[in-house]
Ligand binder design. Structure first.
Ligand SMILES: O=C(CO)COP(=O)(O)O
Length: 236
């Protein structure tokens, strides 16, 4: 059973998010699809969605706090309002664009772990590291596990090579297999692949050894495409 996750990033409005979730919900129900489906809308589009059990709405980010003075951030008081219990942590856009350090990420991880959240934890190397070879790539990735409890029961991992995100350049099957098998040797948790996953390649990627699903940005934002992605992986 594949895990299929959509990261909206900074896309969709409150209105279009509600329509998207409603449509995916109906689709899963009518087709009896058992894939685990996760959707991460913007913070402004979170709400109490009434969904089938295998469709979960999560937060793309939140601060390690219940509430307080952290301008621009949200905490568990805001997530609890909508019963959100799933969070994405460590995404490369937060690491590299928003400047989150491994220390801050680990602090966030531990805070949400203590509260029992399902955590989708992202790891992945930039191009200059990939070009140095598989050993350096794995070394870089292992650094992203510093301070992270990889035995946490509600943990899902997502390997997202930075150079493959939003670029249209998907990692090759060999690239994916090499990293996934190395991580799987150390950590037995579901491991998603992310980075230019599309309708056309999602089945092949999710069929690879060590790949338990996909975390998708661009190709998931049109609901028709996202439904097709789910359809294409429903037998896995
Ligand atoms: O960052 C991603 C999902 O979190 C992947 O983004 P793309 O699917 O747009 O490459």
């Amino acid at each position: 059973m594949a895990i299929i996750a959509s990261n909206f990033k900074t896309n969709h409005t409150r209105k279009s998010t509600a329509a998207f979730i409603e449509e995916v919900n109906t689709f899963l129900k009518e087709k009896n699809i058992t894939n685990e489906v996760l959707v991460f809308p913007t913070a402004t589009s979170l709400d109490s969605f009434n969904t089938v059990s295998n469709l979960t709405v999560g937060a793309q980010n939140a601060y390690a706090t219940q509430k307080g003075s952290f301008t621009g951030e949200i905490g568990t008081e805001q997530l609890d309002e909508f019963n959100i219990k799933t969070i994405l942590i460590g995404h490369s856009e937060r690491r590299h664009i928003l400047g989150e350090s491994q220390e801050e990420i680990a602090k966030k991880f531990n805070f949400y772990k203590e509260l029992g959240y399902t955590i989708v934890y992202c790891i992945g190397e930039p191009l200059e590291v990939k070009e140095q070879g598989i050993e350096q790539t794995l070394e870089y990735i292992y650094e992203q596990f510093v301070g992270i409890d990889t035995n946490y029961e509600n943990l899902i991992l997502a390997y997202e090579p930075v150079w493959a995100i939003g670029t249209g350049v998907t990692a090759t099957n060999d690239d994916i297999k090499a990293v996934h098998s190395a991580i799987k040797e150390k950590i037995s948790k579901p491991l998603l692949y992310g980075g230019s996953v599309k309708v056309a390649n999602v089945h092949e990627i999710c069929s690879l050894d060590g790949v338990d699903g996909a975390l998708i940005g661009t190709a998931s934002w049109l609901v028709e495409d996202f439904k097709q992605i789910i359809e294409n992986t429903k037998d896995l």
